[in-house]
Ligand binder design. Structure first.
Ligand code: NAI
Ligand code: MG
Length: 362
């Protein structure tokens, strides 16, 4: 049943601003999206759920028991960040993010990584990075199968069962290959088939089976440890990288930090068949160290908003929005994480002004 319409000019978006700086960057991004939307004849109903740690403190749960059913009719979910120093991270993650990703079969986690103007990479100055990490988002190492036994005894042990299915590896590889066809047709697969002797050779096998359908693509399989090193040394050599849940998670934070700041990195949790709503969020967390100071970089959230526009079929608006924050960054307006002195509101206002006067967009 297809019940989330992903085209049209009016969209109902469920908002989970969440915790910490999520509460600051989400409203900022919404203002920007309303502005770009108005220019393109689009309108949004933003419906804030109020879920997150505040909800947890009041009700003992990150979100209500019927949360998934309530989210189902929306065109998309726009998420800030969840996480609070007084609540175990496993609680916030398994109480909100993971149930949403899994119930809506958001099996693709898409994380573009690009050098932006005015953002200094700590890597070589001349490095021009433009890559996309396609992370498997529904199975793999992040499975709930396992347990602990013999608590407090010398035999105490913990078991964590990874799950790799042919269907799961096949569909993430196909998504990455289709994306690669629209780019440079160089695809990298992250593996570890030397050390992890059951699941990773299986991953390699399914990847190479799928690639028979894509003879135009040059596939390179690289061991995850070497790949991490290569991403630091030569990030410009990569285009699309397909990786399992854990490997993709680690690589994308590494790549995001390499281009300058985790505060600019966006991600999309996609259900490519559009049977369920997809979810758009920045890569960063709730950043309790800077929360409430008004200095969080809103660009990760705004870029996530651009990916949402893209997914909803508004590619021109999405591209214009990206151009707008690039323009603002090249003009030297940035938050402290990028070496600037502007506040969240100042960066947001500059982006809104660039969006409103597209002649200024480079
Ligand atoms: P974090 O991403 O919140 O912060 C890491 C560092 O980057 C901090 O120094 C922070 O100030 C800085 N930073 C992050 N976003 C920024 C932004 N937009 N502008 C400027 N600086 C920024 O990761 P951390 O500290 O490991 O986690 C904090 C909480 O967030 C934890 O409870 C964690 O579980 C949660 N978390 C939630 C995620 C989500 O909602 N998807 C993802 C990652 C972490
Ligand atoms: Mg991560």
């Amino acid at each position: 049943m297809t019940n989330n319409k992903s085209t049209g000019s009016h969209h109902r978006i469920a908002v989970i601003a969440g915790d910490g700086i999520g509460l600051e960057v989400t409203p900022a991004a919404i203002r920007v999206l309303d502005t770009i939307g108005a220019r393109h004849g689009l309108s949004f109903d933003w419906e804030e759920t109020g879920w997150g740690t505040e909800h947890y403190f009041k009700h003992g749960r990150m979100m209500p028991t019927d949360a998934i059913d309530r989210l189902r009719p929306y065109d998309a979910i726009f998420l800030g960040a969840v996480g609070h120093p007084d609540v175990p991270d496993a609680e916030t993650l398994w109480g909100l993010l993971i149930p949403i990703r899994r119930s809506f079969d958001q099996y693709i986690n898409l994380r573009p990584v690009e050098t932006l103007p005015g953002v200094r990479s700590f890597l070589r100055d001349d490095t021009d990075i433009d890559l996309v990490i396609v992370r498997e988002n529904a199975e793999g190492e992040y499975s709930s199968i396992g347990g602990r036994i013999y608590s407090g005894q010398p035999e105490e042990s913990a078991y964590q069962q990874a799950v790799f299915t042919r269907r799961g590896v096949d569909r993430v590889t196909r998504y990455a290959a289709d994306l690669s066809m629209t780019r440079t047709r160089a695809l990298t697969s992250a593996t570890k088939s030397n050390g992890i002797i059951h699941t990773m050779p299986f991953w390699d096998e399914v990847v190479s089976d799928v690639m028979r359908d894509y003879p135009q693509i040059a596939l390179t399989s690289v061991l995850i440890d070497a790949l991490a090193a290569k991403l630091v040394m030569h990030p410009e050599r990569f285009d699309v990288i397909v990786a399992s849940n854990l490997f993709g998670d680690i690589l994308s934070d590494l790549a995001a930090a390499a281009v300058g700041s985790i505060g600019i990195a966006p991600s999309a949790n996609l259900n490519p068949e559009r049977r369920h709503p997809s979810m758009f969020e920045p890569v960063h967390g709730s950043a309790p160290d800077i929360a409430g100071k008004g200095v969080a970089n809103p660009i990760g959230q705004i870029w996530a908003g651009s990916m949402m526009l893209d997914h909803l079929g508004h590619t021109n608006a999405a591209a214009e929005l990206k151009a707008a924050f690039r323009t603002v960054l090249s003009s030297g307006i940035s938050t402290p994480d990028l070496g600037g002195s502007a506040t969240t509101d100042e960066v947001t206002a500059a982006i809104i002004s660039a969006v409103s006067t597209p002649a200024n967009i480079a």
